[in-house]
Design a protein around this ligand. Structure first.
Ligand SMILES: Nc1ncnc2c1ncn2[C@@H]1O[C@H](COP(=O)(O)OP(=O)(O)OP(=O)(O)O)[C@@H](O)[C@H]1O
Length: 320
């Protein structure tokens, strides 16, 4: 059996309760996969545990149960193979934009001489439109520029997995749009595997191959994996004209508004894992899932194009 690039298996996170209070199970039985080169977004209401999942993938936090495996090895600490971009930029304030990127690149390729490190770093700063300000320190850059430096630094080190935690959350809509375009360009070139948290459904549709929908916490689960098969390359201006765009968008909004409080998903698969139900909103009728859709098509190495799912019987369970 072949395995996905990243496998999250029955992950759970519990925090001990404060004095006299019960422990908090943020999420449990969360299983999903990321294929190599895939761009996956995760959406869910505040507090359902998205950042906790991401921190565990980054190796910055541990799980209470379950496992996260990347390329056959269990994740149990930070690694240069996993790059993280947070909402708050996390640049080193005493270094210039170029030095911030160089810092990561030098750590990644220790054998490279200084000029190669600089050349490589500059290329990525150029890709995010910062060629003219590479000698400025973070305090001399706007919020949007700082976030671009963070993105350039993360992509420049070419990690196997990029983890983006609401990277555009603090930016105004215009800047956000410009950086989204830059992200598409840079990802189109390198095709790294990306896992991104966002609250913005339009952003998720623009960027993702799949969108994971998380139910509300506590005891949150990933209920559905929504396939976004809009053609690439995508642009913000063109994508909204695609006939499927609003089908997908309405489906996502409906989940967030009406369905995220319940778990409408599948039984455990034959290995006892709870994988999200694979959905292609374009195949759904009148907002209701196509009853012929699959339950566990997200299970290891068995993700099946929605068009081929018609023969697999859906066995749904409803959780309160
Ligand atoms: N160290 C901690 N101790 C106790 N509870 C915690 C701790 N860290 C996070 N939590 C709780 O875990 C839950 C999930 O937090 P998390 O930040 O992962 O959610 P999120 O989905 O990323 O939210 P948001 O969208 O608002 O960023 C929240 O209820 C939060 O209060």
């Amino acid at each position: 059996m072949t395995h996905a690039f990243v496998e999250v298996q029955q992950a759970a996170k519990r925090f001990p309760g404060a004095k006299g209070e019960e422990a908090l199970t943020v999420f449990d039985n969360v299983s999903f996969q990321l294929d190599k080169g895939e761009f996956v977004c995760i959406i869910g209401h505040s507090g359902c545990g998205k950042s906790t999942i991401m921190n565990a993938l980054a190796g910055l936090d541990s799980l209470s149960d379950g496992a996260m495996i990347m390329d056959g090895r269990e994740i149990n600490g930070p690694s240069l193979e996993r790059g993280v971009v947070f909402q708050n930029y996390s640049l080193l304030p005493w270094l210039t934009a170029l030095e911030n990127v160089r810092f990561g690149v030098r750590a990644r390729w220790r054998a490279w001489d200084e000029s190669r490190v600089t050349e490589h770093s500059l290329a990525y700063l150029e890709m995010v439109g910062l060629a003219d300000v590479v000698d400025r320190k973070p305090a001399q850059l706007s919020g949007g520029m700082r976030q671009r430096v963070s993105i350039a630094r993360a992509f420049a080190t070419k990690p196997e997995l990029l983890l983006l935690d609401e990277p555009f959350g603090a930016l105004d809509a215009l800047t956000r749009g410009v950086i989204q375009d830059e992200l598409i360009k840079i990802w189109g070139q390198d095709r790294q595997t990306v896992f991104m948290i966002t609250h913005d459904v339009d952003e998720a549709i623009l960027l993702a191959d799949r969108i994971l929908l998380m139910t509300n916490g506590p005891q949150a689960r990933i209920a559905e994996a929504v396939e976004i098969d809009l053609p690439r390359p995508r642009s913000r201006a063109e994508i909204v004209k695609h006939p499927h765009y609003y089908r997908i968008r309405n489906y996502l909004v409906d989940f967030l508004v009406n369905r995220s409080g319940e778990l409408r998903t599948a039984d455990l698969d034959r290995r006892g894992l709870h994988y999200p139900r694979v959905v292609n909103p374009v195949d759904e009728r009148d907002g209701e899932p196509d009853a012929s859709a699959t339950t566990n098509a997200d299970a290891p190495s068995s993700r099946t194009p929605a068009s081929k799912l018609a023969t697999i019987t859906l066995k749904e369970t409803h959780h309160g």
